[in-house]
Design a protein around this ligand. Structure first.
Ligand code: SF4
Length: 319
């Protein structure tokens, strides 16, 4: 990507030594873990908190991915790094084989040097970006590996692909380091977040996180020559059956409190998965209806501005 517009933000931080200082500041948070709003306050060198993850990076898979939003996958793919485990416990997790089976990954930890080599391998395969999927609980190791890889020629942008349950303190340490933020905005009702993801304050924390992210990158986009996003914000909203995601209220908050020009990716791919069954969570035990999708898409058209929204409905759900 050299010579094709602005470089990744972390390159300047690496050159000044600031990237290594940020890694150290993030690592310090692991000793009494407050990396995410759960604030488990465990020493991750010896104990496990809710995310069941120690201090070494645990990666389920890394490879070029062509199924993300068009501006993320581009022509050559997004360099996805799927982090194992998660700081949330969503009953419908569409990725539960990776996020909710810590025992399966107990012996899969890598060193940060190995993780840095994985980043470089994705760049060598032509990927447009490094896409950290569910990075929140492993961000110290990711940033340490980024510093190592930058010394060895890494230069593609970093995408922070998060569930949105992030700490503002941690996000401040990522200012200028992350180029593209892709946070979820899962719910607008705290009671739904408690029941479906196991945290009682999801809307409040996700909105605080988004406010900080917006402060860093705003609502403008910088695109590369293939139309790939080089810098900016894309908010993901997975539409759930029975209005459980509270899409309209989330959009109203985004438009009114931050900006109506923020780009939104509205996702229709919900399927019953993981702990969802007709007896456990009956409201979620089916796919989205056409009417539910159309209502969410209409709210997006009504409340938000701009033409950068990414809408991934199946063909029968025209936007
Ligand atoms: S990152 Fe893990 S251990 Fe740390 S506060 Fe969050 S869930 Fe708890």
């Amino acid at each position: 990507m050299s010579g094709d517009g602005p470089g990744a933000g972390y390159l300047a931080l690496a050159a000044s030594g600031e990237l290594a200082r940020r890694a150290a500041a993030l690592e310090a948070l692991l000793r009494d873990c407050t990396l995410c709003p759960r604030r488990c306050r465990v020493d991750r060198r010896r104990e496990l908190g809710s995310c069941a993850t120690g201090i070494d990076p645990v990666v389920a898979a890394f490879h070029p991915h062509f199924g993300e939003e068009r501006v993320i996958s581009g022509r050559h793919g997004s360099g996805t790094v799927f982090l194992a485990n998660c700081n949330l416990a969503c009953v419908f997790c569409q990725n539960h084989e990776i996020s909710q089976r810590p025992a399966a990954f107990r012996r899969a930890a890598m060193t940060t040097a190995e993780l840095a080599r994985a980043f470089l391998a994705l760049q060598a395969q032509g990927c447009h970006n490094l896409n950290w999927v569910s990075p929140t609980h492993q961000v110290p190791a990711l940033v340490r590996a980024l510093a190592l890889a930058a010394e060895q020629g890494l230069e593609i942008p970093v995408v922070y692909n998060t569930n949105g349950y992030d700490s503002v303190e941690v996000l401040r340490l990522l200012d200028g380091l992350v180029d593209v933020y892709m946070p979820d905005l899962k719910y607008s009702d705290p009671e739904v977040g408690r029941e479906l993801s196991g945290v009682a304050d999801y809307p409040q924390r996700a909105r605080e996180a988004l406010t900080e992210i917006f402060r860093q990158v705003g609502d403008d986009w910088v695109l590369g020559p293939d139309g790939e996003l080089r810098r900016g914000l894309l908010v993901r909203i997975l539409v759930l059956p029975e209005g459980l995601a509270g899409v309209e209220e989330s959009l109203r908050w985004l438009a009114g409190s931050l900006s109506p020009r923020i780009a939104v990716s509205l996702l229709a791919q919900y399927r019953p998965a993981h702990r969802v069954s007709a007896s456990s969570f009956p409201a979620l035990a089916r796919s989205l209806s056409g009417h539910e999708w159309q209502s969410a898409a209409a709210a997006l058209r009504r409340l938000m501005r701009g033409d950068r929204h990414q809408v991934q409905g199946p063909p029968r759900f025209a936007y």
